[in-house]
Design a protein around this ligand. Structure first.
Ligand code: SF4
Ligand code: SF4
Length: 318
């Protein structure tokens, strides 16, 4: 396994970050034990030490169960939340610490940021997280974004240590610009010393058929960057290590391997409130005959933001 330091945080992480949205209730819905077994396999067999989660995913119990299998210092945990003031920040931090069963978080990230304006709306939460960083409860602060403007915003918020931006070879999911603009913005932040781990290398599954090319693109464009990727089986962990780290995955193996395609599904008990449609940054959803429908699966990057908005728990990726 290759390791790198995330910006200037002093946090040493593996080249692969295990994105745990895939194991959560929004996707595979693993039990805590099933997820912990897979995470422990990634750690013990492949030295993957970096895990990404979010309050939205509702899977802190997966990491609590992992602590029965490995020591806390054997993995780096990043979580994301929507806290905007001191109270919500405190609640989010305490929820993560309590539910995981740890006394520190490696990274506390603000979820789904669009620009310096949305980040300003979280300034009280950022101030609280900074205090906690000084106390050693949090090791680094950052945010995730699908926006070029979001990446650029790191230049205006000096307290940010890490960004988690979306990028892939076709630019799928970038909300406000082209792939080249996103590349430029990410390079600028890396040059400033901001830690960076990249999300959606396969565009939420749309690039599975061109998987080797999608990974090669990231190697060429961002040779030192950490790549976050969702995994649901030991086979997928092995495959990603071979492709991203060892670089031994061949085109002929690619042609023989059956990648399981995933789709967003909306249950028929949908009440047509439209909150999911508003939450989708990709314009993939709409309302038809009083129910939410996926207008275009090719636009959906499986981010789960619509699922967060649905109070009826109608939305899943299967
Ligand atoms: S439909 Fe849902 S999962 Fe797909 S891009 Fe929109 S918000 Fe994300
Ligand atoms: S938020 Fe849920 S209930 Fe409302 S329209 Fe979307 S899927 Fe239906």
């Amino acid at each position: 396994m290759q390791f790198t330091e995330l910006g200037t945080t002093g946090i040493r992480v593996s080249k692969i970050c295990f994105g745990s949205l895939t194991t959560s209730r929004l996707q595979k819905n693993f039990s805590a034990e099933e997820a912990a077994e897979l995470f422990a396999y990634a750690i013990k067999e492949h030295q993957i030490n970096f895990f990404d989660t979010a309050e939205l995913y509702g899977n802190y119990a997966h990491f609590r169960a992992l602590l029965n299998r490995v020591k806390r210092r054997e993995f780096v945990l990043s979580t994301k939340c929507y806290a905007y003031d001191r109270k919500t920040a405190q609640e989010s931090l305490e929820r993560a610490l309590t539910e995981v069963g740890t006394d520190y978080l490696d990274l506390m990230m603000l979820h789904e940021q669009e620009s310096e304006h949305t980040l300003r709306g979280h300034r009280e939460a950022i101030a609280y997280f900074l205090e906690q960083k000084q106390k050693g409860v949090i090791r680094g602060i950052g945010y995730s974004t699908h926006f070029v403007r979001g990446v650029k915003a790191a230049s205006t918020i000096p307290s940010m240590d890490v960004i988690h931006p979306l990028i892939n070879r076709r630019g799928i999911g970038i909300v406000d610009g082209e792939r080249m603009e996103m590349e430029e913005a990410i390079h600028e932040q890396i040059a400033r010393g901001i830690g960076c781990y990249l999300m959606k290398p396969l565009g939420g599954g749309h690039l599975l058929k061109e998987y080797p090319q999608a990974i090669s693109y990231l190697h060429e464009e961002f040779p030192d960057a950490v790549i976050a990727i969702g995994m649901q089986s030991k086979t997928e962990v092995d495959l990603n290590v071979r492709s991203i780290v060892d670089r031994t995955w061949t085109q002929s193996e690619q042609e023989r391997f059956h990648f399981q395609e995933k789709k967003l599904k909306i249950a028929d008990w949908c009440v047509g409130c439209g909150h999911c449609v508003e939450a989708c940054q990709q314009n993939a959803l709409g309302l038809r005959d009083g129910k939410a429908v996926v207008l275009d699966q090719s636009l959906c990057v499986r981010c789960g933001y619509c699922a967060k908005a649905c109070k009826e728990f109608c939305i899943k990726v299967v």
